[in-house]
Ligand binder design. Structure first.
Ligand code: Z5A
Length: 210
């Protein structure tokens, strides 16, 4: 019988180092013999990537948190149906750059969309699927913005500092209620962040590779 794979997500605000950490984490898992699939949200399928483009584009009209919420869950359903669920069923480990904790932080807390709307869609779209482990890279958003300064900014990245402080507050709130969520201090050097991630991931691997 094939054991279902594990679902690991990375979270954090802009410039926290998710993409950097995701690559080194996937290399580490692969070198331990794990069949890893690396992906991201919003995105992960052609249609979900198209929804991502729509969501992050700079529209000349207001875009509410509820509109974003519906877009992000439409993309998520495509991603779950065509990539995440079939791969987990085959025993692959799926490592995803952002997932529903981002929706709670950005659309819920920062945009002010009622959290019960997020929870309802989470239950409807995901049923009982939740990440087995979430690495939340915590960083002062000002430092994160300095790290990505000079890069072209999308509609979300153009938000004010107050928005990103609310995103961080949203994530910190999730850490207190979600047992799968582990806080990593992302203000450290890249090597120190990687070591902190491995300190969480190694015991997780031992627990699930027997
Ligand atoms: N979004 C949403 O609203 N709701 C949802 O449900 C979901 C997403 C799923 C796209 O996400 C947007 O979608 C995002 C939230 C929204 N918008 N915003 N704003 P994304 O993950 O694609 O975009 P991002 O958060 O803007 O990613 P990012 O800016 O690329 O950040 P990162 O991946 O965390 O950082 P990085 O690329 O790894 O590193 C950035 C730079 O910092 C780079 O030069 C690194 O070399 C450097 N770096 C990394 N780590 C360190 C350390 N430790 N020290 C010093 N420098 C470092």
């Amino acid at each position: 019988m094939v054991m279902p794979g594990k679902f690991i997500t990375l979270e954090g605000s802009e410039g926290a180092g998710k993409s950097t950490s995701l690559n080194t984490l996937c290399q580490h898992l692969t070198s331990a013999g794990i069949d890893v699939y690396q992906t991201r949200e919003p995105g992960g399928t052609p249609m979900a990537e198209a929804i991502r483009e729509v969501m992050l584009a700079d529209w000349q009209e207001s875009v509410s948190g509820l509109t974003e919420l519906l877009l992000v869950f439409a993309a998520r359903l495509q991603h779950l149906t065509h990539e995440i669920k079939p791969r987990l069923a085959k025993g692959q480990w799926v490592v995803c750059d952002r997932f529903t904790d981002a929706t709670y932080a950005y659309q819920g807390v920062a945009r002010g969309t009622p959290l019960q709307y997020v929870a309802s869609l989470e239950n409807w779209v995901q049923a009982d699927l939740r990440p087995d482990l979430t690495l939340y890279l915590d960083l002062d958003p000002e430092i994160g913005r300095q790290r990505i300064a000079g890069r072209e900014q999308d509609r979300m990245e153009n938000e004010q500092a107050e928005f990103f402080r609310a995103v961080r507050a949203g994530y910190l709130q999730r850490v207190t209620t979600e047992p799968a969520m582990q806080l990593i201090d992302a203000s450290q050097s890249i090597d120190e962040v990687h070591a902190a991630i491995l300190a969480v991931v190694e015991p997780f691997m031992r627990q699930h590779l027997v």
